[in-house]
Design a protein around this ligand. Structure first.
Ligand code: ZN
Ligand code: ZN
Ligand code: ZN
Ligand code: ZN
Ligand code: ZN
Length: 245
């Protein structure tokens, strides 16, 4: 029989994956699976779209009632397809331990998060196959582990450098060294300034001493002038008085 030659995987969903045994009406008579993308022929028999398309490549009659079937008279049954999508299924990783059940239409959404899904290690060069839930433990000692530093310094970390790398600490150390040298420079500047202030105070004192001594000299000169003047004065005045009188 031609049915036996059909590829079972191209057709409907495996009956075994459903939580409850599916209704007989939902079974494709070509693949014996639950209808995947159900279509109805003119004779009202329903098949998976792929199943009937492949069937029609060999013969143009319905596999159930042998009435002629035309490819142009095949209708997709959207409502039925949606109803089948709501049927509860078991996770395909049930044998690995996943006990989750969900609607058939959510199969893909579950498979990308299922902790029991068998995945390849995501690090380039690693050939390990593991369950998604074991990835974290695996990546802690996977030799091919590579990840850019999460602090954003641009370093690509490997298994051997991930524990030593601490760009934040390095940066802190550099900052502290710089801060220390800044403090040293500031202290030197302060010392120099104090020295200059001392020198200036000293110079001020010297200047005031010089000023004072100049003042003394001026006063002295004035005194001398004052003392000299009366000598010249009275003499002059004498001469003057002498001449006037
Ligand atoms: Zn089928
Ligand atoms: Zn038919
Ligand atoms: Zn699962
Ligand atoms: Zn790995
Ligand atoms: Zn870093």
């Amino acid at each position: 029989m031609a049915e036996a030659e059909m590829c079972l995987h191209c057709g409907g969903y495996d009956v075994e994956m459903f939580v409850d045994v599916p209704d007989e009406d939902l079974i494709c008579s070509i693949c014996k699976g639950v209808l995947r993308c159900p279509v109805r022929a003119a004779c009202h028999h329903i098949f998976c779209k792929k199943c009937i398309m492949q069937w029609l490549k060999r013969q143009q009659t319905c596999p159930c009632c042998r009435k002629p079937v035309s490819q142009s008279l095949i209708y997709v049954m959207f409502k039925l397809s949606k109803a089948i999508g709501r049927l509860k299924i078991k996770c395909r990783n049930e044998i690995r331990g996943c006990r989750t059940t969900f609607a058939l239409s959510e199969q893909y959404c579950h498979s990308i998060v299922c902790p029991f899904e068998l995945i390849s290690c995501p690090f380039q060069g690693c050939r390990a196959q593991l369950l998604r839930r074991d990835l974290e433990v695996h990546s802690q000692h996977c030799e091919h582990w590579r990840q850019p530093c999460h602090m954003g310094c641009g370093t690509m970390l490997s298994q051997s450098t991930r524990t030593q790398h601490n760009c934040y600490q390095d940066l802190r150390r550099q900052y502290e060294v710089r801060q220390q040298s800044h403090r040293a420079i500031a202290a030197t500047l302060q010392r120099k300034m104090r020295k200059m202030q001392n020198t200036m105070a000293h110079m001020k004192r010297q200047i005031s001493l010089i000023c004072e001594s100049l003042q003394v000299m001026d006063d002295l000169e004035e005194v001398i002038e004052d003392e000299e003047e009366p000598v010249i004065g009275p003499a002059g005045s004498i001469t003057n008085s002498n001449s006037s009188s």
